[in-house]
Write a protein that binds this ligand. Structure first.
Ligand SMILES: N[C@@H](CCC(=O)N[C@@H](CS)C(=O)NCC(=O)O)C(=O)O
Length: 220
């Protein structure tokens, strides 16, 4: 029987935005059917068309509702299935969690272009000056947030939240290409990398055969 919740994702190896809602559903044990569509193939548009108004992934389908943006999907999952607990409860923390999540979603153009997620990659890649600035901003977000709000656990706001979903792919990129980070930022990055579902995603991503021209080669 078809499951109530279906999540359309792209290649696990490359699709950083797909990882966000996938991780949230897994962490909160929400049952869902995964529909995987390989990106940038001849038939990708044809396959995505019935699901995705933007022709991008991820897309969440729930009854008559379609949500087609990673952050919007995470918010919907939180509202609909988690009683809002995808975000920290305290309004001050929640505002901060939404700010850093929105910043990740909208900003960091150089990081997204210069160091795209590739679960198979593991080699030093020197950052441009612009990317160095973005890495420094990411470090500041991670270390300041951990210091201000992280007292109840190892995730960004202590216990796991949507903010961690937004940054999981960044941890994979930073580890793969060798970002230079402060000790606090390294420790948060390691928390994300140690998450069992992030590890599962990486393992499955590494097994995929497609080599997409939009991303870096699998080794330098
Ligand atoms: N704002 C969207 C961006 C989605 C997006 O760019 N997805 C990529 C994969 S990670 C995609 O579908 N690319 C295919 C394309 O651009 O044709 C989100 O956050 O979900």
């Amino acid at each position: 029987m078809m499951k109530d919740v279906r999540l359309v994702i792209g290649n696990k190896n490359y699709s950083s935005w797909s990882l966000c809602p996938w991780l949230l559903l897994k962490m909160f044990d929400v049952e869902f059917e995964e529909i995987q569509i390989s990106l940038y193939q001849d038939n990708t548009t044809e396959k995505l068309g019935p699901y995705s108004p933007s022709l991008k992934v991820p897309v969440l389908l729930h009854k008559e509702v379609t949500v087609w943006d990673s952050l919007a999907i995470c918010e919907y999952i939180s509202d609909e299935f988690l009683g809002g607990s995808g975000w920290p409860v305290n309004p001050k923390r929640k505002a901060s969690a939404r700010s850093v999540s929105a910043e990740m979603h909208a900003e960091f153009p150089t990081l997204k272009q210069e160091w795209p997620m590739n679960c198979k990659a593991s080699y030093r890649l020197s950052p441009s000056d612009t990317l160095k600035d973005e890495i420094a901003r990411m470090d500041a977000i991670w270390s300041c947030t951990r210091r201000r709000f992280g007292e109840n656990g190892n995730y960004l706001f202590g216990r796991f939240s949507i903010a961690d979903c937004m940054f999981a792919s960044v941890a994979i990129c930073f580890e793969a290409y060798g970002a230079e980070l402060s000790a606090d930022a390294v420790s948060y990055m390691q928390t994300l990398l140690d998450n069992p579902f992030v590890q599962k995603w990486k393992t499955l991503g590494r097994r995929e055969k497609e080599n997409l021209a939009i991303a870096y080669a699998d080794s330098a």
